[in-house]
Each structure stands twice: as structure tokens, then as C-alpha cells.
Design a protein around this ligand. Sequence first.
Ligand code: VGL
Ligand code: ZN
Length: 202
Amino acid sequence: MNALIIIDMQNDFMPEGPLGVKEAEEIIPVINNLMDRFDNVFASQDWHPKHHVSFASTHNKKPFEKIQLDHGDQTLWPDHCIQDTFGAELVTGLRRSKIRRVFQKGVGTDIDSYSAFFDNAQQRKTGLDEYLKELKVNTLYFTGVALDYCVKYSAIDAKNLGYDVYIILDACKGIHEDLDPILKELQEKGIHTITSDALAEL
Ligand code: VGL
Ligand code: ZN
């Protein structure tokens, strides 16, 4: 059993949003076209309370500075994906009706969550793993944003949780210009990369 996992395709991560990922809107049709090929489709949703610990504004600092928290470094971001705002909604144009369930993350005020499975201290679970295991899903295909943050950490957790993991490269966009070192790191961990064209031929 396989599943397509769509990471954080939300209005605030689109190019015009406060934490815009370059060209992120280009992958909406790519993801939509992939949906029918999978047994299950799930999405994650970055879902922060106001004054979240990951917001630079909370600390009177500038976005992209780093601070030290108990469990490690925290990069500070512009305010984004605040619960119940338009920016936190799944992006307009995504085929919402095809998504079986949406898992929210980053909901605690004092801790961030890049992964769709656990918070950044690897403590709080989102419920995604339990749900997938109940459905006997063993192979995961990741899409969405940002390839170098939430897609990356979700894929690493998925691999550690025992899934066979693929990242669909043309269905992801990253924040950094040079994604090659990240792709290399992921491949070294046994995570596969594939394109949607190659998938169509399987
Ligand atoms: C993300 C930074 C902060 C992501 C979420 O979805 O990759 N990045 N919050
Ligand atoms: Zn966030």
C-alpha cells in the first residue's frame, strides 16, 4: 500500500506569501496530476499559534537569525501559517477532495515541527505514523514545500520509522538555491528520488 504525502502546500508558502518559496505555485498542477495514481493521499499543514517560538517577531529578532532552544537550534521565520488564517489554508487550486486526512504540526507555542511525524524535539506525535500503519501503508512518496526543511525532515523520520521513502523531485520546491547537498544527504540515508514522469511509466 502506498501513499502520496503533500507537505505544507499552504498559501503563506506561495511566492507572494510571507515565507514564500520561489516557484512553489508551479508544483500545484504536478501534485494534482499525481493524486489519482496513489492508494491514499495525505497532507500536512503547518499550523502555528500567534507568537509562536519559531517567529522572529516573538523574540524581536530578524527573520533567518538563529536562537538556541533546549532541544537545539531554531531558525527564526517571518510570521506564517497562523491558525485559522487564510495563509494557513491549503493552497487554492489543490484538489482538496482527494486528500483523505490533513495532519497539523507546529501547534505548540514553545516548539516547532518541521517533520509531519514529530515535533523538533522528537516528542509530540502528529498521529500520521499510527494512521499509516493502521492502513498498512509501507511506501511513501513526498511532495510539497520546503524541500530543504519540512519535506526533508518528514522523509528522514519516515525512513527511520521503517517506510520505503521516495521524494518526487519535480513536485517539490526548496527555500535554498542549491538543493544538491540536501538531496545527497537524503540519498545517503537510503531515501530514493524520482520524477513524476518516471512514476508515470511504472
Ligand atoms: C517550513 C519553515 C518554517 C516548511 C515550515 O514547511 O518547510 N519551513 N515552517
Ligand atoms: Zn512553520
